[in-house]
Design a binder for this molecule. Structure first.
Ligand SMILES: C[S@@+](CC[C@H](N)C(=O)[O-])C[C@H]1O[C@@H](n2cnc3c(N)ncnc32)[C@H](O)[C@@H]1O
Length: 273
């Protein structure tokens, strides 16, 4: 999982049809998959037969993200549905989800805005008994995944542009507004691994000139949705912390920064006074 498969060259050395386990591992390794043995096992489990396995291995070697082939990614101990074309939740974001969990309790209203496949919402719903979870995204594929991920969890998933998707009744009543918005600076998108650039929507990655356009949009609407004492939480890169904190203060919020070295994650948590 999480390998930076670079694609193409391996297919010439390892022709189609070679689905013996050892050869699958070799083909994956030659394509740049760091966790080739683990991936080989997962692909073998996902395939119905040898022909299906060959198809999966060929697509993986050509650079299709493993998670899109499997149809799921593990996140926070849960299986989150990821159909082809949807943003694959990152391990780093487990820290944001856990930060939201820590702030919620029975009866809390938690909104996962820009929810993608619904990973954060799913973790909150699974770990906080009695919580009320709402999620929204503009991408119909992401919304379909989130609805599948959250089926049976008692959460509502809405489709639409940013907070316009949310039900009006939540205004002033949200306790935790968590949003892993796109925050990669536009010029840096081209340096992302091909798996992201070629298989995830640009709108899920590109955060504008300094990467913080969507963060500012979030901070602009947060006071409308949050109740007193509510918090808005979002992930940023280390180099973006000062600007994000300044933007939160400019929005009338009281920000604090939390980080997790193990996951290389930085979260801004801003209080609505
Ligand atoms: C970085 S991805 C994060 C997805 C999910 N929260 C996660 O952590 O896996 C950003 C998400 O923002 C969504 N998005 C981008 N622009 C949006 C908009 N204007 N309104 C709602 N969602 C938007 C994308 O569709 C994508 O799912």
């Amino acid at each position: 999982m999480g390998c930076e498969c670079c694609g193409s060259a391996a297919t010439a050395a390892y022709p189609a049809g070679m689905t013996d386990t050892g050869l699958v591992v070799e083909r994956l390794r030659a394509a740049g998959c760091v966790f080739a043995e683990e991936e080989a096992g997962l692909l073998a489990d996902a395939a119905a037969d040898a022909e299906g396995l060959e198809s999966l291995v060929s697509r993986r070697v050509s650079g299709v993200p493993l998670e899109h082939l499997l149809g799921w990614v593990e996140f926070g101990g849960l299986r989150v549905v990821v159909e082809p074309g949807v943003f694959v939740p990152r391990r780093r974001t487990e820290f944001l989800a856990e930060s939201a969990v820590a702030l919620a309790g029975a009866g809390s209203v938690v909104v996962d805005l820009c929810c993608g496949a619904g990973a954060i919402a799913a973790v909150v719903a699974a770990r906080v008994p009695g919580v009320r979870v709402f999620a929204a995204d503009v991408d119909p594929v992401a919304v379909r995944c989130a609805r599948r991920t959250l089926a049976g969890a008692g959460a509502e998933v809405w489709e639409g542009d940013f907070d316009a998707a949310l039900p009006e009744k939540l205004a002033g009543r949200v306790d935790v507004l968590v949003a892993n918005v796109p925050y990669v600076p536009s010029a840096a998108v081209r340096w992302m691994p091909p798996e992201a650039r070629e298989h995830e929507p640009l709108a899920a990655l590109d955060g504008g000139r300094d990467g913080l356009a969507m963060v500012r949009r979030l901070l602009g609407v947060a006071p409308w949705w949050l109740g007193g004492g509510g918090r808005v939480l979002f992930e940023v890169g280390v180099s973006q912390v000062d600007a994000a904190v300044a933007a939160a203060e400019a929005a009338g919020l009281v920000p604090e920064v939390r980080s997790c070295a193990e996951r290389d994650a930085t979260v801004v948590s801003a209080l609505s006074p």
